[in-house]
Design a binder for this molecule. Structure first.
Ligand code: HEC
Length: 128
């Protein structure tokens, strides 16, 4: 197979454009995307586990081990009997940061986390 490296010049681009048009029949025959497929959300809502990963919480937290922050399982165990209230409290603290509950080190604010995502994450942590 010939290896074609794009030299990045106009001559190459023009040759390529000429080769690609008019649209070959096998491409022209491909039906346009159906409305159902087109209306799918681009970024589906992510679950708590995915969010915790994406928001870099694991830099300071582990599921089971104490790092700079407490393990998620310890947080869930501590608040097991008060999930309803703690869901709101933790969702706020995740965004704003704060300390006093686990030791001397406060949590930094995580302002890149939206309020809705913070609630999803808090719900997930309370289930660990
Ligand atoms: C720079 C380190 C750091 C990062 C990053 C971090 N945390 Fe924390 N987190 C901490 C520390 C330290 C504490 C303990 C605070 C305390 O003693 O009240 C904590 C506590 C918590 C608590 C328990 C709060 C309480 O009052 O019991 C939750 C829940 C939590 N973090 C979730 C998260 C989530 C979710 C993220 C990612 C968006 C995150 N953390 C990112 C350091 C961090």
């Amino acid at each position: 197979m010939a290896l074609i490296i794009d030299p990045g010049d106009d001559a190459y681009r023009n040759r390529r454009a000429a080769a690609l048009s008019p649209t070959p029949p096998h491409i022209a025959a491909v039906p346009a995307a159906t409305p159902a497929a087109a209306s799918k959300p681009v970024a589906p809502a992510r679950d708590g586990a995915a969010l915790v990963n994406a928001m870099r919480c694991y830099a300071c937290h582990d599921l089971k081990k104490a790092l700079l922050g407490p393990p998620y399982q310890a947080i869930a165990a501590r608040y097991r009997n008060d999930k309803q209230t703690m869901l709101e409290v933790l969702a706020k603290k995740i965004v704003l940061g704060g300390g006093g509950n686990w030791g001397l080190v406060p949590m930094v604010p995580n302002e890149h986390v939206g309020a809705a995502d913070a609630r999803t994450i808090a719900r997930w942590i309370l289930e660990q």
